[in-house]
Design a protein around this ligand. Structure first.
Ligand code: PLP
Length: 396
């Protein structure tokens, strides 16, 4: 082969989500989409706020189309970055400026660029299991080595002792994702403080910075007023990777940002490394019109109550079926213990009841499946008898 083997490997690797996608399409054509309980994808089911449509119409009607559809500077339009910086300042009391903000095409892009900016070949990056599977790809693309830290059993909070055992002199970055995909867990303030204290101690011990990368696409999707600590307030060497994919239900528009903590050691040079990483990855600028849409809709929100309603219907049904799961405080995923040791076999058996969930071995925790409940409420209601029948077959 003359092409890149590693890239070929990535492109040709069997993907369970893609497989389920194909199966779901075929099965829906056979028996009808309403009879297939597809809980596979994290694609928001709640409409974007009305302000988004109004902003698009207003921009298309009243702006110069040459500017609206033109390039912005690589780090993003200055007015947009100012608006975001002010919003962060108001919401989280962080003294941040537009010069700490870099507009991106969503969280995946923010992570790829941030990792490329701070990781040198052979550096270790710690991820907390269960974790978004693409972290592996992003870290390896930056030349880093993935190090997994195991969670506490049952709560899926971070296990601080395990985390400590994974930090070495080669640790360059730690990725933290809360609310979490796939568990829906929000890490408590105590957990965050323990993580940050430990990192401060280790930075001193090794005399080099360890970057905390906060992957935050689900920050706004929380229930019952659960508090999501803003990591810049706990740790100076924080980089926030934010996205509007889930918070405003805009995943196809590809818009988000990177925010570098104003208190970061050597922060303006890290920001320049981010600019350089974006450049080296062929990133030109975030979508110009959607940058403006974000500035106009900076205080808009999706109706999180719709996800909450879905969560509660699903939890009640799973309780009645005798399932063990982690009750999600945020995001729109529910992490359920498979009814046999092998999550893949459980997934196959669920499939025979037309339930499509994702086995989570690749997320760093064995024996669990993920249910994405960002679907129409009726699908959840209709699926409950099938979940109960499935449990019955396992004698639950
Ligand atoms: N990080 C996590 C934890 C995710 O779940 C996702 C998408 O599902 C992403 C990053 C990528 O999101 P985006 O669409 O903003 O690139």
């Amino acid at each position: 082969m003359f092409y890149n083997q590693q890239m070929y490997g990535l492109g040709s690797k069997r993907s369970i989500i893609r497989e389920i996608f194909e199966y779901s399409k075929t099965r829906s054509a056979e028996i009808g989409a309403d009879k297939v309980f597809d809980f596979r994808l994290g694609n928001p089911s709640v409409e974007p706020p009305v302000e988004i449509k109004e902003a698009i119409i207003d921009l298309l009607t009243n702006s110069s189309s040459v500017t609206l559809h033109g390039y912005t500077s690589a780090q993003g339009d200055l007015y947009v970055r100012k608006t975001i910086a002010e919003s962060i300042k108001n919401r989280h009391n962080v003294d941040i400026t537009p010069n700490h903000i870099y507009m991106t095409c969503g969280a995946a892009d923010s992570l790829t660029i941030s990792l490329k900016a701070v990781v040198n070949s052979g550096d270790e990056c710690i991820v907390f299991a269960p974790y978004f599977t693409e972290y592996r790809v992003f870290i390896q693309n930056a030349g880093g080595i993935v190090v997994e830290s195991k969670p506490q059993e049952k709560t899926f909070q971070i296990d601080i002792a395990d985390f400590e055992s994974k930090i070495t002199s080669k640790t360059k970055a730690v990725i933290i994702n809360s609310p979490n995909n796939p568990s829906g867990v929000v890490y408590s303030e105590d957990t965050i403080k323990a993580v940050c204290n430990l990192l401060n101690k280790k930075q001193q011990e090794y005399s080099h910075p360890i970057y905390l990368i906060a992957d935050e696409p689900y920050r706004e999707l929380v229930y019952d007023n659960v508090f999501v600590p803003y990591l810049m307030n706990y740790y100076d060497n924080t980089i926030v990777c934010y996205s509007y994919s889930k918070s405003l239900s805009l995943p196809g528009e590809r818009i988000g940002y990177i925010a570098v903590s104003p208190k970061m050691q050597d922060g303006q040079n890290v920001y320049l490394a981010i600019c350089g990483a974006g450049r080296s990855l062929g990133f030109v600028c975030a979508p110009s019109m959607f940058q403006q849409v974000i500035a106009k809709c900076i205080n808009a929100k999706v109706d999180v109550n719709k996800y909450l309603e879905n969560r509660d219907i699903l939890c009640k049904g799973l309780d009645e079926g005798g399932y063990e799961y982690v009750k999600p405080d945020g995001a729109f995923y529910l992490f359920v213990k498979a009814l046999e040791d092998d999550a893949f076999k459980f997934y196959e058996k669920a499939k025979s009841k037309e339930i499509l969930v994702v086995p989570c071995d690749d997320f760093g925790v064995k024996g669990y499946v993920r249910i994405a409940y960002c679907v129409d409420k009726q699908r959840i209601i209709n699926s409950i008898p099938a979940f109960k029948q499935l449990a019955k077959e396992y004698n639950k």
